[in-house]
Design a protein around this ligand. Structure first.
Ligand SMILES: Nc1ncnc2c1ncn2[C@@H]1O[C@H](COP(=O)(O)OP(=O)(O)OP(=O)(O)O)[C@@H](O)[C@H]1O
Length: 491
């Protein structure tokens, strides 16, 4: 084998020498003709084209190379025998790729394409380089029939890039960003700091009415696949969700489930840390696509209603006067508030600049007091879907029982169902009582505990209701008596 290779090499060297000599001896025009003829013969016997993609281009890592590596990682498992596995910093699962010297045959629209992975090492002969140092150069080559060149350089390579990006996105580690300052364990530069997001909540573990849950999932799927639709109707590719309900009903858990479902990053926006409207704009510009911007407890974060309330007061006093003065007041107050965060700044954050920077973004507001929010902030179009997170009813309880106790049915379920219809308890409180308190962790014990708690809450609620009705009775008798006295006075 070695002998044959040596012989082949010496023959090739001889041929090169002959070609070199011919080039020097024969006239240039004649040499060109020979060359063209040679290419024709070559094309006839070897009608293939090869594209090389280097790992580095202009001293920078070539993104195309990285995407091909990811793409071939999924193709290679069937054909190639030698693969490499590595744990990448940004990836949540093991990345498998072709080892050097391996070959993979891919097929696209019935066309066969051959991928090869190469690695070359050579001494560093660059100016200032140290020749004893070996430089590694990696590349992929794609070989295909010349007749398919247009399809390959157009459709096929685009397909490889898109697939590569999709796989990379699926495997990427999610992050949660915060704009709060002074926490040393967060990473990153700029206005946002981040850590890895590893919340286990999913729609399967989220306890809520199944029909409502399905509606939300369908809405998210339609949104994430809506690129063409949004561009067709000329709308920015974004969607707003308002989550409202009492404490402990799962608003934060829902955000985590949405992020995990779409594999989006989360930007947890703390409005109290934002100085003014321009600060808010800068924060928005530093967010990336495929992300969720969350403003939790939006009613408590900042007083965004004051200005509008003032306006409403005026409206009732003098409508005409109000028309003129309103615009001047607004201008004045805008001037005064230019250094502050205002409602109009927040509305701009949601609507104005959305269409200008980034795509595929979700904004979520949460609140325990939906009635406290300015209607402009949550009108449809800004907050497209209003989701009520309510107290725990039987369907939600069944999800929690499955999550926490691993059971789907039990004789005690019936009593729990009856009690949950009469008592308002949050899923958080139910979950707390379903957590096994000792090592034995028997479901009966947890369910019995829950029944006790529900009965206690029921009793308390009943007592409160009867006290309230007594109070109401007293005040209405008082009212009747006062009315009687007044009536007598005027008779
Ligand atoms: N609907 C739910 N499904 C599953 N678990 C829930 C649900 N609601 C609450 N929990 C449990 O209760 C805990 C608290 O819930 P969560 O923080 O999501 O409530 P919240 O509505 O955001 O509360 P708050 O309004 O006080 O911020 C969660 O860690 C979770 O374990």
């Amino acid at each position: 084998m070695v002998d044959t290779l040596t012989e082949l090499c010496s023959k090739l060297a001889g041929l090169m020498f002959i070609l070199g000599t011919i080039q020097q001896l024969v006239p240039r025009s004649f040499y060109k003709r020979i060359k063209t003829l040679w290419h024709r013969i070559e094309n006839y016997f070897y009608p293939y084209v090869q594209i090389t993609i280097d790992e580095y281009s202009n001293d920078k890592r070539n993104e195309v190379y990285s995407l091909i590596k990811v793409y071939l990682g999924t193709k290679s498992t069937n054909d190639a025998k030698y693969l490499k596995a590595e744990m990448l910093k940004k990836s949540k699962s093991l990345a498998v790729s072709l080892d050097e010297g391996e070959e993979v045959i891919d097929e696209f629209h019935g066309v066969k394409l051959k991928w090869n992975s190469y690695k070359e090492t050579f001494p560093d002969n660059s100016p200032g380089g140290r020749s004893q140092l070996l430089i590694e150069k990696k590349c992929y080559t794609l070989t295909f029939n010349k007749k398919n060149q247009d399809m390959v350089t157009g459709q096929y390579l685009r397909h490889v890039m898109e697939e590569g990006k999709a796989i990379e996105f699926k495997n990427k580690k999610q992050k949660i960003y915060s704009n709060e300052e002074g926490e040393w364990y967060w990473y990153g530069k700029g206005m946002w700091r981040h850590i890895n997001f590893e919340h286990p909540a999913t729609f399967d573990t989220l306890a809520m009415d199944p029909t409502k849950k399905e509606e939300i999932i369908n809405d998210l799927v339609a949104f994430s696949k809506g690129k063409d639709y949004y561009s067709k109707v000329g709308k920015a590719w974004k969607r707003g969700y308002l989550l409202y309900g009492p404490p402990g009903t799962g608003k934060s858990t829902m955000i985590a489930a949405i992020a995990n479902f779409l594999n989006y990053d989360i930007y947890d926006l703390e409005l109290t840390s934002v100085k003014d409207n321009s600060g808010l704009k800068k924060l928005l510009m530093e967010t990336t696509s495929k992300s969720i911007i969350v403003i939790e407890d939006v009613d408590c974060s900042i007083d965004l209603t004051g200005k509008r309330k003032k306006k409403k007061k005026k409206e009732t006093t003098n409508e005409e006067e109000e028309e003129d003065s309103d615009s001047t007041t607004e201008k004045k107050s805008d001037k005064n508030e230019s250094a502050k965060l205002t409602l109009s700044g927040l509305l701009n954050f949601i609507d104005g600049i959305w269409s200008a920077c980034g795509q595929e973004r979700i904004i979520i507001f949460t609140t325990n007091h939906v009635d406290k929010l300015d209607p402009a902030l949550i009108r449809r179009g800004r907050m497209d879907m209003h989701i009520e997170m309510s107290y725990c009813r039987y369907e939600a309880f069944k999800v929690l029982a499955k999550n926490y106790l691993g059971i789907e049915t039990h004789p005690l379920f019936q009593e729990i169902q009856r009690l949950l219809e009469e008592v308002d308890v949050s899923p958080c409180d139910v979950a707390e009582n379903l957590m096994p308190k000792n090592a034995s962790g028997k479901p009966e014990i947890c369910l019995e505990n829950l029944i006790k708690v529900l009965k206690k809450a029921h009793k308390k609620a009943k007592k409160k209701a009867s006290l309230n009705s007594q109070k109401n009775k007293k005040s209405s008798t008082k009212l009747v008596k006062t009315y009687g006295r007044f009536k007598k006075l005027f008779e």
